[in-house]
Design a protein. Structure first.
Length: 306
């Protein structure tokens, strides 16, 4: 058995897959296999995989398209390693010692099933090439304390980050294929529900490619999808009884201008929704008045409209 299975669910991104495979080939830690499950309708990814000649490669071309989350699960199903290291096709290891650091976190902490790191957010253009714009991010001390004390607070925000920033022990649950947008959050919550101990490094061990073409960008603007997914997770983990989780769900609805009827099936009290909606209207009014004043001052001078 190899130590790590690097699982790559790929779809129509030969540029990204090639960059990722090149970052794997130079890793100082070599006890790994690479599993690529390909959901593409053409042979572009397969051509890159064959040409890359990566040791320990398992390539699977899906007979029928499985979709994003289904392809994540398919990659893990073919893994034989002790540890599972998901790497999405837009992402790559930041330097040659990153895989070693991931392995060390779990090796040094046998009580934990999950480890995660900071990340380097790298802007990509429409065909997947780097634009030169990038920045590092990592979990804050405040959010680290929150999820250390109560893993359910991941419902309030994904403080762990993208799946590529994680490594976990084989035997974890599969990703929930009913979900698309917060599927990673739901997975982390189930993993931590079973074992709340985890390991963190704030180092940017992975680089996360960010572009407008990604699936997450379309999910970000879909109100109905967000209501369904946050509602699903609320019910799955019985979060309705706590105000902070109800408020998170209500704020999601207000963000997308969704009516109370969209929340009612999940048990959200109407008065609580109406109170939050009224508060948001007041805050929006104050904000837009401020914007209007700034525009007037800029156009006509500060003294006259002070």
């Amino acid at each position: 058995m190899v130590k790590v299975s690097i699982c790559v669910p790929a779809y129509k991104n030969p540029v990204g897959v090639e960059r990722l495979l090149e970052s794997i080939k130079v890793q100082s830690f070599t006890d790994y296999e690479v599993v690529v499950t390909d959901d593409s309708p053409d042979g572009s990814v397969e051509e890159v995989v064959r040409r890359a000649d990566v040791p320990g490669m398992v390539y699977v071309r899906n007979a029928a398209r499985k979709g994003a989350t289904g392809n994540w699960n398919e990659a893990v199903r073919h893994a034989s390693g002790e540890y599972i290291k998901i790497m999405h096709h837009d992402d790559w290891f930041t330097d040659r010692d990153c895989l070693a650091r991931f392995v060390e976190m779990l090796e040094e902490h046998p009580e934990a099933d999950l480890a995660f790191c900071g990340s380097r957010q790298v802007m990509l253009d429409g065909v997947g090439n780097r634009t030169g714009e990038e920045f590092d991010r990592a979990i804050s001390d405040e959010h680290l304390k929150m999820i250390s004390e109560d893993w359910r607070d991941l419902y309030i925000g994904d403080y762990i980050g993208a799946p590529s920033a994680t490594i976990y022990r084989k035997g974890a649950p599969e990703y929930e294929e009913k979900l698309t947008w917060i599927v990673d959050v739901e997975f982390y919550m189930r993993l931590l529900q079973r074992n709340p101990r985890f390991v963190v490094s704030k180092e940017p061990l992975v680089s996360i490619g960010v572009s407008e073409n990604q699936l997450t960008e379309s999910c970000r603007t879909d109100g109905k999808l967000n209501i369904f997914e946050y509602g699903f997770v609320m019910q799955e983990f019985s979060l309705l009884s706590e105000e902070k989780y109800r408020q998170k769900f209500i704020q999601i609805a207000l963000k997308y201008k969704m009516p109370f009827a969209s929340l009612a099936p999940y048990g959200i009290p109407k008065k609580e929704y109406e109170k939050a909606a009224a508060k948001k209207r007041r805050e929006d009014f104050v904000f837009y008045v401020g914007v209007a004043k700034r525009k007037v001052r800029k156009a006509f001078g500060k003294k006259r409209f002070a």
